[in-house]
Write a protein that binds this ligand. Sequence first.
Ligand code: FES
Ligand code: FES
Length: 215
Amino acid sequence: MDNPFDLDATISRRDLLIAGAASAAAVTAPPATAGERAPVSDLPTPLAKVSLNINGQAHALALDTRTTLLDALREHLHLTGTKKGCDHGQCGACTVIVDGRRINSCLTLAVMHEGAQVTTIEGLGNPQRSHPMQAAFVKYDGYQCGYCTPGQICSAVSVLDEIKRGVPSHVSADLTARPILSAEELRERMSGNICRCGAYSNIVDAITEVAGAQA
Ligand code: FES
Ligand code: FES
């Protein structure tokens, strides 16, 4: 029986080199159909129409289907209050409220929200008519650089709504009872909103005051 380790017995060195050269050429040669395909950059942009109600105002947009809700807000509608931090769903700077729920707008495509009601920080209030949560953040110094603040405020408004609706969190002791509004609950629920300036304690104080006023 041939020894498979004894190459001389089965194939000559010359045959081996020829076979190697042939397979290298096959790897480097362009695919047979390459000439028939247009480069990706020449392909038409896939556009889609999407209607959104943003801060009470109807908008009809024609967007590249790959546009995130965050980019639609910032780049197409120039609502730059919503911030892009990580663009990967990890910091919460892009938090907005869609149909009553907070979401990371960098993680969702605008075309997925046809007909949705979107509220951004601009829609909550402005310096002349502040939302109570905005006023509380100012009162308690719930920010330093302010970059995370629009996302923090949208999240905080949504958190109080979640608690009111009885939605439990990871730290709720009783999943069937209405959650108790504690610092622990607030810290857990706000944990997706990162503040690099470390204003966490003041943010919890601000949310607690608004919750107390709503009780
Ligand atoms: Fe969306 Fe960071 S920018 S989570
Ligand atoms: Fe600066 Fe939060 S206030 S990152």
